[in-house]
Structure formats: structure tokens, C-alpha cells
Design a protein around this ligand. Structure first.
Ligand SMILES: *Cc1c(COP(=O)(O)O)cnc(C)c1O
Length: 380
């Protein structure tokens, strides 16, 4: 089976992890701050907080906004469920915004309409979580402008989009948002096995993210609320978590980060090859905007008779996938009163979506196999 995604681990990656194993600190050493600094440099952003995975990164981002049961959070209707669950961990009410079926990204017209309606009945959300689906940045400028206009915090779920660019700046720079969240799961642009990070330009948010990441505890003399009786002293100032990344993972992450541009180049070339190879077939790849550069985490096509084509591809040994079942269609969210029928863009996107295998080490021969199998699957 050709998988839809997989990691690429080099000898240098392995040596970086082994070096930490032989050192004094397996966790809470120097590798985590070094990885955070590497990400900060790459993303052109002042603050980075690394944590245990993308889901905990999203939870931390929600926690530092002090979300509670009194608040609403809006989320792109097409994403992995973690994009919405993070708000539920804080007991906030989740609602969804429809997507453009041509990209799977947030539909700015739908967002604008929903904001106008919500403002009339005083039901505006406290935060919006916008997803960069498949690695292509969403309409950040327009979305950021709307969020500022209505006083809403903007979190970018960039779990697909490390290495992507929007109007010349790297995703993670937070030029239009409050925080950006990354995942380093093995299928994502770089991996630490499990891992995640939040970037921000806001110093106070960064300090609070660090506090929440580690039990709500600080030892920083500047940050203590009470006088310190001695060097042992620390304070728990809020109810935080243990969402830390280990130094083993951070060392792998820093080594992988040095390979990110190469990975993105390989993914872009493979995507361009798919574009060419697929022109003869009745399929529609996701539309790409010319003012942004996708990281091509996924190569999604829209195809008629998706279920049948999918089954035939799997039977032919092609590890296709569907990203994603729209979140409002999940039983957990249906139980909370949501209904996919309210999101025609998400429904239409989902009907035809298939993710073809795409990862840096996918060979041209494998790619031809995929396209041949797809041709057969469509023609029956
Ligand atoms: C992978 C992913 C997450 C969750 O990241 P984990 O590291 O697996 O917890 C969240 N949102 C999106 C869009 C993702 O693709």
C-alpha cells in the first residue's frame, strides 16, 4: 500500500536524538528552547511555545484566552475534530463557519454574513479558529480585518501549513492573527513523533502559554506574586497542565526543521507533477490562490462518485484518505445541535474529496501508479 503520507528520517535526525539520550536532560533541558528559537527564526515571530502535540497546542491557545461556558468559538467546518474540541475542553460553545468548496478554506463571505447576524443578536464569538486546509493559507488578511473589526481573537490552525507562505510572509508570523498552532505528527510537514507549538507576537500571551503548559507553575523571580523565601520557591498561579515536549522530540524537531525547505520543494514538485498528470482525467484539484504558497501537506482532488473511486483505489493498494468529514456531521457535534445541512460549501467539498498520496519521498513511479489506478477507478 502506498500511504497518503509518511515521515522522512535522516541519519542526522537519528544522531540528534541519540545525542540527547546520552546527555543529562531527556526533558526540560536546552533542546526545547533551541527548537523554539529555530521555529521563531523560521516563522519570523518573536515568541514560540512548544508542547506535546497539536491538540494540546490548540487547547493552550484557547486556555490563554480565558474561554469559558459563557463564550462562543467559531471554527472552519472542514477540519480535523481537534480544531473544535479545543474550545469544548474550555466548555465554550462551538459553532461553525462554512468553507469555499474549491479550496476547503473558510469562506469570507459566509463569515462576514454570520458576523453581521451574530452582532445583531449580541452573540458574537470570543475567538475564531481558521484552518489552512491541505497547507494552503486561508484568506488571512480579510479574516484578520473582520476579527479586529468585531473584537474577536484569531487563532490559525496551521497544523498543515508549516513552510507555507501568505503574501510573502511565512505562516506562523502572526501578522494577521493572535496565535498560530502547529502539529508535528509524523504525517505533518516536519515531525517530532508527537509534538506541537504555538507562535505569537504577544508577550503576555506567550508567558501565559508557558504557564499553562507546565501546571500553571512559574519559578521566574519577575513573575512571582508573593515574596520568595528561598531558591526552592515556585508558585502555581493557575490550573495548568503537563503539556511539555521532551528534549528527545525537540532535538528531532530542530533537525527536521533544517530540512523543511527541502521537504516543501519536494512536495511542491510532486504536486506540480500531479497537476500535469491529472489534466486528462475528470478530476478537480483544489484551487490555489496566486498570492500564497501552499506547503502541500495534502493533495486533495474533487471527483464524482467519490465513494466508489475511493474503494477501488484502496483495493488497488493506493492509500487514499478523506480529509475531512465536516466536523458538524460528527455524532458528538450533532448531539450538540449541529447539522451539516447548514454548511452547503462543506457538504459539497466533502462529497467529492479524496487525498492522494503525497510526501517528500514519494517516487515518480509511485506517483504514476497512483494516477493509473485513479484512471482505472474512474473508468470502472
Ligand atoms: C493534525 C491536526 C491537528 C491535531 O494535531 P495532533 O498533533 O495530531 O494532536 C489539529 N488540527 C489539524 C488541522 C490537524 O491536521
Amino acid at each position: 500500500m502506498i500511504p497518503y503520507g509518511r515521515q522522512s528520517i535522516s541519519d542526522a535526525d537519528i544522531e540528534a536524538v541519540v545525542a540527547v539520550l546520552k546527555s543529562d536532560y531527556l526533558t526540560q533541558g536546552q533542546a526545547v528552547p533551541a527548537f523554539e528559537q529555530g521555529l521563531a527564526d523560521y516563522c519570523q515571530v518573536p515568541y514560540v511555545v512548544a508542547c506535546s502535540n497539536g491538540t494540546t497546542a490548540l487547547h493552550l491557545a484557547c486556555a490563554v484566552l480565558d474561554l469559558s461556558a459563557a463564550d462562543r468559538v467559531w471554527v472552519s467546518a472542514v477540519s480535523f475534530v481537534a480544531s473544535a474540541n479545543c474550545a469544548r475542553y474550555c466548555n465554550a460553545e462551538v459553532d461553525f463557519v462554512d468553507v469555499d468548496p474549491a479550496t476547503g478554506n473558510l469562506d469570507v463571505v459566509a463569515l462576514n454574513n454570520k458576523l453581521q447576524q451574530a452582532a445583531l443578536v449580541h452573540a458574537l464569538p470570543k475567538a475564531l479558529i481558521a484552518v489552512h486546509l491541505a497547507g494552503q493559507p486561508c484568506d488571512l488578511k480579510e479574516i484578520g480585518t473582520l476579527c479586529r473589526q468585531y473584537g474577536i481573537a484569531l487563532i490559525e490552525d496551521a497544523c498543515h501549513a508549516l513552510g507555507a507562505h501568505y503574501q510573502g510572509t511565512p505562516i506562523g508570523s502572526c501578522l494577521h492573527s493572535d496565535m498560530t498552532v502547529f502539529s508535528f505528527h509524523p504525517v505533518k510537514p516536519i515531525t517530532t513523533a508527537e509534538g506541537g507549538a504555538i507562535t505569537t507576537r504577544n508577550q503576555a500571551l506567550a508567558a501565559k502559554l508557558r504557564l499553562y503548559r507546565s501546571h500553571g507553575i512559574t519559578r521566574d523571580p519577575q513573575a512571582l506574586l508573593m515574596p520568595s523565601p528561598g531558591e526552592w520557591y515556585y508558585e502555581q498561579q493557575l490550573l495548568g497542565f503537563n503539556y511539555r515536549l521532551t528534549d528527545l522530540q525537540a532535538a528531532l524537531g530542530l533537525s527536521q526543521l533544517s530540512r523543511l525547505d527541502q521537504f516543501i520543494t519536494q512536495r511542491r514538485e510532486l504536486a506540480r507533477r500531479y497537476d500535469e498528470l491529472l489534466t486528462a482525467l475528470p478530476v478537480q484539484p483544489l484551487q490555489q490562490h496566486s498570492d500564497r504558497q501552499s506547503g502541500y501537506h495534502l493533495y486533495v482532488i474533487e471527483v464524482a462518485e467519490r465513494d466508489q473511486v475511493f474503494a477501488r483505489l484502496r483495493a488497488a493498494g493506493i492509500g487514499v484518505n478523506v480529509h475531512y468529514i465536516p466536523i458538524p456531521a460528527q455524532p458528538y457535534y450533532r448531539e450538540l445541535g449541529h447539522d451539516l445541512a447548514a454548511y452547503p460549501g462543506a457538504h459539497s467539498y466533502y462529497q467529492g474529496a479524496i487525498s492522494l498520496p503525497l510526501f517528500p519521498t514519494l517516487s515518480h513511479t509511485e506517483q504514476q501508479q497512483v494516477v493509473h489506478a485513479l484512471d482505472q477507478a474512474i473508468c470502472g
